[in-house]
Ligand binder design. Structure first.
Ligand code: GDP
Ligand code: IMO
Ligand code: MG
Length: 429
């Protein structure tokens, strides 16, 4: 028996939420280990749709949810999300949700800086979610961040705010944006403290006990390998480490506990925000994928850019992300397309590459080299067995397996929880 880590293998929105919810029936604890409320995970269960940003997707199954130290927590967003899902009938209490006492807090000034900087970047903007994710992680490594545990110590909050404001008000002024006042921020945090602190604890201890007792832990990633701050299309990335290697550090457990690494990939590719996207389609096929796949950002509502499946990129994500099996989602969106293309390499200024190089200029110049496959006329939508798939759809999946050098472990054929084909149980390792 192994634990499982779920990570995105493209640029996010691959269907991690659906897959984590599905796998959570086999798990005891679901842990978020990075990211923040820039994530948007959609779960469809019967006639209910849950949209989760900070809360671990396992809560929908009534499993214990843990927000690890690697997450940046906006306390206002967290409380709002808890209220929203409670209104949908979910039970979220300190018995079902634990938050690492050493997780970093996102304050209103982080979103202000995020937005002001993006505005100044103009054409070169990253297209962030504007939620203060980057500035909060910067404060963490700069050793001036306010953490969940600080809410219990008004004096600590007071002197930390002095340092924080000295830095950020200077920056905000330079950016021509409004500044923040210490007393107002202090009052804001002290008012939040009694609502947040009941969820706080050293989660590493609980996870250690769970591990020793043989409980199954599911690590839920947000974003994806190509948005990883080291391995992604930098600087058009998020500010955290999204690879499975960070599941341990971001939760407070050893690397051996992470277990099987499941990468999630769509049967095509999408991206929200700016940055290189070699297989992006600007034609009717791209529009069709966006329409059929309902490709609009869960968090910002922005239309997602769409393109063909990029096997070269996913292969790279498999390697750097430590992916041992792939969950391929949204195969149904390709139903009825006469022809499908898969990117098997790039032409960069006349030279062939079998990976995406790190340099910005090279990434922008990468032109996909395609392999073309026949589509299928039947439907995969809602299929729950391998046998229910058209033969040509199976061929497409097999070719992807070959090209990305990872087996397909799960196949998803609709947004609905149970429209999932399990090839191999990831918890069996
Ligand atoms: P995440 O961020 O990786 O959790 O993905 P999102 O929830 O942001 O985006 C994935 C979208 O695709 C959601 O609206 C899901 O309901 C939907 N979805 C997931 N799997 C499938 C699938 O196999 N087929 C279709 N048609 N939709 C899916
Ligand atoms: P889930 O977990 C897709 C993108 C933003 C932007 C870049 C940086 O739902 O897959 P940030 O606000 O993080 O500083 O923005 O990263 N981005 C996502 N794109 N899915 C996500 O999360 C994303 N989280 C951030 O669009 O390009
Ligand atoms: Mg999403």
């Amino acid at each position: 028996m192994a634990n499982v880590a779920v990570i995105g293998a493209q640029w996010g929105d691959e269907g991690k939420g659906k897959v984590v919810d599905w796998l959570a029936s086999r798990a005891d604890i679901v842990v978020r280990f990075q990211g923040g409320h820039n994530a948007g995970h959609t779960l469809v269960v019967g006639n209910q749709t849950y949209k989760l940003s900070l809360l671990p997707s396992g809560l929908v199954r009534g499993k214990l949810g843990v927000i690890g130290n690697g997450v940046v927590v906006d306390p206002v967003a967290l409380l709002e999300e808890i209220a929203r899902v409670r209104a949908q009938g979910l039970i979220v209490t300190p018995d079902t949700l634990r938050v690492a006492e050493n997780a970093i807090l996102i304050l209103p000034l982080h979103a202000a800086i995020d937005k002001a900087r993006e505005a100044k970047r103009g054409e070169r903007k990253i297209g962030t979610t504007g939620r203060g994710i980057g500035p909060a992680y910067e404060d963490k490594v700069a050793r001036r961040a306010i953490r969940v545990c600080d809410l219990a110590e008004p004096e600590t909050l007071s002197f930390k705010l002095d340092e924080l404001l000295l830095h950020h008000n200077t920056l905000l002024q330079g950016l021509g944006a409004g500044t923040f006042e210490k007393q107002a921020l202090l009052d804001h945090l002290l008012a939040l403290a009694p609502q947040i602190l009941p969820f706080a604890e050293p989660v590493w201890e609980r996870l250690d006990q769970a591990r020793r007792a043989g409980r199954r832990i599911l690590f839920e990633g947000a974003q994806a390998v190509m948005l990883d701050v080291d391995h992604g299309t930098y600087p058009y990335v998020t500010s955290s480490s999204t690879v499975a290697g960070n599941a341990a550090g971001g939760a407070g457990i050893g690397p051996h506990a992470v277990g099987f690494v499941l990468g999630i990939a769509k049967a095509y590719t999408t991206r929200v925000g700016s940055g290189p996207f070699p297989t992006e389609l600007f034609d009717d096929v791209g529009k069709l994928l966006g329409k059929r796949g309902h490709e609009f950002g869960t968090v910002t509502g922005r239309p997602r850019r769409c393109g063909w499946f990029d096997a070269t990129m996913v292969r790279q994500a498999v390697k750097v992300g430590g992916i041992q099996g792939l969950a391929l989602t949204k195969l149904d969106v390709l139903d009825g397309l006469p022809e499908l293309k898969i990117c098997v390499g790039y032409d960069i200024n006349g030279k062939r590459f079998n990976y995406l190089p790190a340099a910005m200029g090279a990434q922008a110049a990468a032109t996909p080299i395609y392999e073309t496959m026949e589509g299928w006329s039947g439907s995969t939508q809602g299929a729950r067995t391998w046998g229910a798939l058209p033969a040509q759809a199976v061929k497409y999946v097999r070719r992807i397996e070959e090209l990305v050098e990872a087996p397909v472990t799960l196949l998803s054929t609709s947004p609905e929880r149970d429209d999932t084909i399990m090839v191999k149980d990831p918890f069996e390792g």
